[in-house]
Design a protein around this ligand. Structure first.
Ligand SMILES: NC(=O)C1=CN([C@@H]2O[C@H](COP(=O)(O)OP(=O)(O)OC[C@H]3O[C@@H](n4cnc5c(N)ncnc54)[C@H](OP(=O)(O)O)[C@@H]3O)[C@@H](O)[C@H]2O)C=CC1
Ligand SMILES: O=C(CO)[C@H](O)[C@H](O)COP(=O)(O)O
Length: 454
């Protein structure tokens, strides 16, 4: 990511000095930079890196989150002038960024935490950049960040979103949504593969066709490409030789943890994290398969139109949850986060970019802070497609095809429009065993059931 971002910066005409702790990596990077090498100064030490940059400096860290960031800050700070700016552009936990910004500001040093999305290709040719820290520090580097960012119809996808860890929080939630979006696509793939006995090449055609419709997105596009790919070693479809065990570096889990702290319901994102965790339980899944056997997955009554519609509804509900979490965080931390700005910055460059995000930006502009499932632009889309989601979840359950993210999206939808829910039972139980009290429908106050008197 650091190499790709550096080439992007050089290509936009800015001079850049680069350092990597493995010196050979710096050298081979420079040797392979082609014409862009003219703009690049390779440095073997942090001291020479600092000496190569004209003050006031701006230095971007692109290393794994956690200790490596603190180690790099500790190594760099003594070499820098007071107003030199350090920018952490990795996927930091926003609590760490809050701490680092506070520590830097205590010593009158500027520090920014920015979320960068788009993978290596995005970093090289135009990522989405979610800025956090002081706005004055952002303005110092905004011309560079805007120049290297993706462009959506002339607007750069690089925006300052708020103080301290706001940018990294937004990037974390971006990744949480990414997990759920990917999981829903994987569930639909599973229905096509196991329920409809479709081969990867046929599945590829479906994703590619859907990419011309309401589901148009980078993730649907690459799902078509990976479904079409062939393993050069065996000649088999590549998907058929990949182990079904998902990796994860932590941002999905952080999203779920922060949502729990904030009391924000994001069941589809949580289901996606849980699904990755279950995927990693290979030995346990083997035991489960041995004991309970492989069920029949007959799902012939599911057609491709139903799948597309179900995915449209699931996607809207997953984004509704992610944006609702952002609003909860903004309210709780007094960030004054602009949801239209977040939707706009995600329209291009990032992994979750999609045509729907432009509509989401408009929806939040028209109806600020609403839940997306209540935004008039999305109400009609949900009404058109909700029945398909319901039908798919029911048919998938009957065919023993797990669709945890899609089914939790459906439950979210049903619960969010249920005017008489079932938590009265929870309240009665809580009062019964712990005298926690309950409120009544017919009058104000705090009450106990008759068991309290015995
Ligand atoms: N890959 C992706 O698609 C994306 C990644 N990110 C984030 O960007 C950051 C970098 O990711 P990525 O480029 O994929 O990771 P890589 O593992 O490819 O690169 C990590 C870099 O950090 C250096 N590094 C590792 N540990 C230390 C340390 N303790 N001190 C100093 N340098 C260290 C490595 O140096 P060396 O070469 O010597 O090992 C290497 O240059 C992460 O925070 C990641 O979450 C963000 C968006 C997308
Ligand atoms: O930030 C990213 C994309 O937006 C990185 O690719 C990140 O590594 C994805 O998360 P994970 O590795 O947990 O799947």
């Amino acid at each position: 990511m650091g190499a790709a971002l550096s080439l992007n910066i050089a290509e936009k005409g800015f001079g850049i000095a680069v350092f990597n702790r493995t010196v050979a990596t710096t050298h081979s990077f420079y040797e392979n930079a082609g014409d862009l090498a003219q703009k690049i100064t390779p440095c073997d030490t942090l001291e020479s890196l600092v000496a190569s940059i004209r003050p006031p400096r701006a230095i971007i860290l692109m290393v794994p989150a956690g200790d490596p960031v603190d180690q790099q800050i500790a190594a760099l700070r003594p070499l820098l002038d007071d107003d030199d700016l350090i920018i952490d552009a990795g996927n930091a936990n926003f609590h760490d960024t809050n701490r680092r910004v506070a520590a830097a500001e205590d010593e009158n040093h500027p520090f920014l935490g920015i979320g960068v999305s788009g993978g290596e290709e995005g970093a090289r040719h135009g990522p989405a950049i979610m800025g956090g820290g002081s706005e004055a520090s952002w303005q110092r580097v905004a011309p560079i960040l805007e120049a290297i960012a993706a462009d959506y119809e002339g607007a750069p996808c690089a925006t300052w979103l708020g103080e301290a860890g706001t940018g990294h929080f937004v990037k974390t939630v971006h990744n949480g949504i990414e997990y759920a979006d990917m999981q829903m696509i994987a569930e639909i793939y599973g229905v096509m593969r196991d329920g409809l006995a479709m081969q990867p090449a046929a599945i590829a055609e479906v994703f590619t066709r859907w990419n011309d419709g309401p589901l148009q997105s980078y993730l649907i596009e690459i799902s078509g490409e990976v479904s079409r790919a062939v393993d050069p070693e065996t000649g088999k479809p590549l998907l058929d030789v990949i182990l079904d065990k998902a990796g994860q570096k932590g941002t999905g889990r952080w999203t779920a943890i922060e949502a729990q702290h904030l009391g924000a319901p994001i069941p589809s994102i949580e289901a996606a994290v849980a699904a990755r965790n279950i995927s990693a339980r290979l030995a346990a899944r083997k035991i489960g398969g041995d004991i309970y056997g492989e069920p029949s997955h007959d799902a012939e009554s599911i057609d491709l139109d139903l799948l597309e519609r179900a995915l449209i509804a699931g996607k809207i509900l997953c984004y509704a949850q992610g944006f609702d979490l952002l609003k909860a965080a903004s309210d709780s931390f007094a960030w004054n986060l602009s949801l239209p700005d977040v939707a706009r910055v995600w329209r291009a460059g990032c992994i979750i970019r999609s045509s729907m995000l432009n509509d989401m930006a408009s929806a939040f502009t028209d109806e600020p802070d609403t839940n997306l499932m209540f935004a008039s632009r999305f109400v009609s889309l949900l009404m058109e497609n909700e029945a398909s989601l319901r039908s798919l979840v029911a048919k998938a359950a009957a065919a023993a095809l797990p669709v945890p993210a899609l089914s939790s999206a459906l439950s979210y939808f049903d619960m969010m429009r249920m005017q008489r829910g079932t938590a009265n039972m929870i309240q009665a139980q809580r009062d019964f065993f712990g005298l926690h009290s309950f409120e009544r429908l017919d009058r104000e106050g705090s009450f106990h059931g008759p068991w309290a008197e015995s």
